[in-house]
Design a protein. Structure first.
Length: 330
């Protein structure tokens, strides 16, 4: 394998000169620079990217930290981040934490040590202290679906509260009279906001109490189990708002096993707008987030902050929209 010394010998220059050309650091006249580039090409030399990053503290990489890559929401988000990053010459490290605090901390430490140039974080486990450590190393970071007391970091989210209201309103408008909710984890901000939107619309009905709510974890399995719990508690349930599309798919499976026709006996609506929600039978109505736009905007804002560290933090709240499909078409 060719080394930097081989390049220097081929070009008739010193190793230090080759290093200056590769790292674009220090003056080298044009004729010498061209000779070094020809030598690199002729002998097939590949610079050590990691070593170069250590020397110039620049890696041309950014990181995207997500909690669950098996949720189709996050690959679509990652695609948008990668599309923008690659168009600007950056590579993306994808860090999947499995929603675990220890894995998040480990990733953030590793990213700081390896001179990643920016981080996009979608995690409920991140703390103000984590952000302070990132800030201390002068690494720009963008938050998705999470805002903390440290307002010096830009954030991107959607109006989850309004989305919960929109979903519940739709069920009421199609004639549902007993509406349950498959909610996400208590510690997840987005899950709380969607639940509050649902609660705002049903709290005045005389039938409503906490037994109409089943706790889940955004997975198909928890939606399935939660829907079975609601059937057992309330055989007269005729509508359900699931906190995400995966839980709505679980509810659809439970309804099938229960012998409950969708949408005639039970109307189901989810949240997110992932592609798979339009592939079920029946297709599931949903509150659609602009997932690609969220990733695209996050990367665009990160690039601005990387180029100008004095850029003022911005906080974006994007709109959601109702997508009506067969699961609520009574």
């Amino acid at each position: 394998m060719a080394t930097i010394r081989d390049v220097a010998k081929e070009a008739g220059v010193s190793v230090a000169t080759v290093s200056r050309v590769i790292n674009k650091k220090g003056y080298v006249n044009e004729e010498t620079r061209d000779r070094v580039h020809r030598a690199i090409k002729e002998i097939g030399y590949k610079p050590n990217v990691i070593a170069r990053s250590l020397s110039i503290r620049k890696s041309n990489t950014i990181a995207l930290v997500v909690p669950a890559i098996n949720n189709p929401f996050f690959p679509e988000l990652a695609r948008a981040v990668e599309d923008v990053a690659q168009s600007k010459g950056y590579k993306v490290f994808l860090c999947n934490t499995d929603d675990r605090r220890d894995r998040l901390v480990g990733y953030l430490e590793s990213l700081r040590e390896n001179f990643v140039e920016g981080i996009i974080i979608d995690s409920q486990n991140v703390t103000d202290n984590d952000l302070e450590n990132i800030q201390r190393d002068s690494i720009p970071a963008i938050m998705i679906d999470r805002t903390l007391s440290n307002q010096s970091f830009s954030s991107i989210s959607v109006n989850n509260h309004f989305g919960g209201q929109l979903a519940t309103d739709h069920l009421l408008q199609v004639g549902c009279q007993r509406i349950g909710h498959l909610r996400g984890p208590d510690e997840v901000v987005t899950a709380n906001h969607r639940f509050w939107g649902y609660r705002d619309k049903v709290k005045e009905f005389d039938w409503f109490d906490q037994s109409w709510i089943a706790l889940g974890d955004f997975s198909v399995k928890s939606g399935y189990q939660g829907m079975k719990e609601l059937f057992q508690r309330h055989p007269d349930i005729d509508g359900v708002f699931a906190a995400n599309d995966l839980m709505a798919i679980g509810a659809l499976k439970a309804a099938y096993e229960w012998g409950c026709a969708v949408p005639d006996d039970l109307a189901i609506i989810g949240f997110d707008g992932i592609d798979i929600s339009g592939l079920t039978v029946p297709r599931i109505s949903t509150i659609q987030q602009p997932i690609y736009r969220m990733g695209e905007l996050a990367m665009q804002e990160l690039l601005q902050e990387m180029q100008n560290p004095k850029t003022e933090a911005k906080h974006f709240e994007l709109e959601v929209k109702l997508v009506v499909r067969e699961s609520t078409m009574r």
